[in-house]
Design a protein around this ligand. Structure first.
Ligand code: TRH
Length: 422
């Protein structure tokens, strides 16, 4: 695609048609993600004087409503609730990359559950990269990832210029070191810029491991609100069965072949090495959960069989009846499955990464520094050799806390002070 044609496509073609065009290009090679997501949203005055809190998120769809998305939504809703206890507040959700799977009922149900109701709630789908977005004088924004942050910061700058007020802080839900989710590229650079561009970045960090790593790489914030992962509410109700549940000789692996950070190839190599070298391996069943894939032979007649992505209740039952778990993540963030496995009494192998080392977080956790076939296989042999001994039922007080986001009252109080006077 030539330069002027590309510029034309970026500027005026609706996002669905644009995705189709880029899809055509993908036959020859994937379009760089920044071509699709970095936008040029146009500021428009919204004369309404009421305060409003905006969530800017790529999309909400059933297929991705778990893990980080659920946490992000939860934080936003709890924050809105706390703000509403003090000031009248409208809420707007802006989808930067809506598609046919977009499902606002996910937000509405969660809002209902959080006690926010449906009043003063609105949704805006951005379908053109130069779409005009109405901004009030008293609009504050919470963003979900690097491109929603970059796109939104331009609106904040325009808001400050237009209404003649200081630039508002931008609350960014930082749940992963996003530049590492891409190869060295313009998108990688832009993801780094999302941390360094906002003059008033208020980072909400999912885990102190991630916050440490963020600082280690030289980024800073005006304000940092850090919280540790907390047990999923649905899984919490199964904790009292950990001590008594009947377990079989089953290894449960978090198997997501399409998600590179979950290190699926290393996982399979480790399992193959273990089957090859541990005479006890023949007695074990190996189940993969997280994403459907074909059975994978491991040698000596053994195989990994995928059960796909289980419902949370089935996942809990699977954990309670398994003895050993493996869940890898190439990232400073611990990810949820190793913490869930360990707390459900599964002897769990996970990996360290720079400042992340989960040794000591839970007695059922084995943290490896090496994910080579030999490294993982040795850890599997160690974990499987403990078969028969009762699993540890320790519950980390931080992980099972009921006050999910302890920083929220500080954040809410500080944000209220940031709304310009009406
Ligand atoms: O959203 P996730 O894919 O990942 C992220 C990563 O950890 C990411 O790096 C971090 O930024 C972010 O969370 C905070 O979710 P994750 O950690 O892989 O957890 C998956 C969730 O899915 C977990 O809470 C349990 C649940 N689950 C099921 O519901 N069914 C299943 O079968 C399995 C295996 C998991």
């Amino acid at each position: 695609m030539s330069g002027p044609v590309r510029a034309f496509v970026k500027r005026v073609v609706p996002i669905r048609a644009k995705q189709f065009l880029f899809g055509l290009r993908a036959v020859a090679g994937n379009p760089p993600i920044d071509e699709v997501v970095v936008a040029d949203w146009q500021f428009a005055t919204d004369p309404c004087v009421g305060r409003r809190l905006n969530l800017v998120i790529p999309n909400l769809a059933a297929s991705s409503a778990f893990g980080g998305v659920v946490t992000g939504l939860d934080i936003f809703l709890q924050l809105a609730k706390q703000l509403r206890e003090t000031v009248p507040l409208a809420i707007r959700v802006i989808y930067s990359d809506p598609d046919r799977e977009t499902d606002s009922s996910i937000f509405l149900k969660a809002a209902e559950k959080a006690g926010l109701g449906k009043a003063r709630l609105s949704f805006l789908s951005v379908t053109r990269s130069n779409q005009t977005i109405p901004v009030r004088q008293r609009d504050l924004f919470v963003t979900y990832n690097w491109w929603t942050t970059l796109n939104t910061q331009a609106l904040l700058d325009a808001q400050a210029r237009h209404y003649g007020q200081p630039v508002a802080p931008l609350v960014y839900l930082i749940q992963e070191y996003e530049p590492h989710m891409m190869p060295f590229s313009s998108a990688h650079m832009l993801a780094r810029e999302a941390y360094d561009t906002p003059p008033r970045l208020w980072g909400v960090f999912n885990s102190s491991n991630l916050h440490d790593y963020f600082r280690l790489l030289g980024h800073g914030t005006e304000r940092a609100f850090v919280f540790e992962p907390v047990i999923n509410e649905r899984l919490r109700s199964y904790l009292d069965q950990v001590a008594t549940s009947q377990r079989t000789k089953r290894i449960l692996v978090y198997g997501r072949p399409a998600i590179p950070r979950n290190c699926f190839p290393a996982l399979i190599r480790g399992l193959r090495h273990w089957v090859e070298t541990d005479p006890c391996a023949a007695d074990w069943e190996i189940v993969s959960a997280g994403m459907a894939h074909r059975p994978i032979p491991l040698g000596k007649g053994q195989k990994v069989v995928s059960v796909g992505k289980l419902s949370l209740d089935d996942y809990a039952r699977m954990l309670l009846s398994s003895s050993v778990g493996v869940s890898l993540q190439a990232s400073p963030h611990p990810s949820y499955p190793p913490l869930e496995m360990a707390h459900m009494g599964v002897r769990t192998i996970t990996n360290a990464y720079t400042s992340k080392d989960l040794t000591g977080f839970h007695p059922n956790l084995i943290s490896v520094r090496s994910i080579t076939a030999g490294g993982l296989s040795a850890a599997l042999t160690q974990a499987c050799s403990m078969w028969g001994a009762a699993p540890d039922t320790y519950a980390d007080p931080g992980y099972v806390r009921t006050q999910t986001y302890p920083f929220l009252s500080d954040l809410a109080a500080e944000l209220i002070a940031e709304f310009p006077p009406g």
